[in-house]
Design a protein around this ligand. Sequence first.
Ligand code: SF4
Length: 263
Amino acid sequence: MVPDALNESRSSTVKATFALPVGGGFLNASALLPAGQTTLTQLLPVIQNLENAIVGKVGEEAAAVGTPISCRAGCGACCRQLVPVSLFEAEALTAWMRTLPEERRTELEQRFHRALAALRDAGVIENILDSGWTAEEARATELAIDYFHAGVACPFLEDESCSIHPLRPLSCREYLVTSSPELCRDPSANAVAGVQLPLKLSRVLYSFGQKLEQDPRGWIPLVFLLAWGKSGAAPGDHVSGTGEEVLRKFLEQVVAVSEASKD
Ligand code: SF4
């Protein structure tokens, strides 16, 4: 559950080998971690790699039983849904956007403005702002349908492909289907066959975010990224320590979230 070996040391990184509890078993993994002080946000590449490993394993298992995952580049149907992004991923994406050339950054910012305006015109925005809907399944379902029917694409979607694929949120990585992509054009009307993951690392990041008490959800809708970034609400060093310490905290939280989901 926790880093059990630090078997390689370099000037600024250490290599940790550890076992990630996934479902009823463990996923053996290793990662290069910062030797010095770091934050959970800075450790995101490690967490993204772990998520990719989980998704890859699930994909192999789905293919082995004759129901391969049908998600492909060029199919952006799911990118018109309300996409949750953890506060740590939001912090990283905000920082990344600030590194972009001005022309590109302005283009993306304008897409965020247009997306929010379209959601406002569709009458959806007020309902998203009221975080109480997440606690009520019927309201959450209704909002998810209304949001999708508004037809507002994620600002990062270009030519029906994700323009930030290596940086995309964990929730995007976790949304997988085995049914025909055609059915995803209206998931509320069609029987889309989703893939259940044995562990969603997004939930672990949300649980850390809930401790920040900015929002009981511990995440924000991706479409709010720009406004959130300007609000200065980033978690910063809320979860910090050496790379090994932050990874240990993360893995302990994986166990806590997994246990809570059994209740
Ligand atoms: S971040 Fe990428 S994968 Fe996620 S909704 Fe946006 S375009 Fe789609």
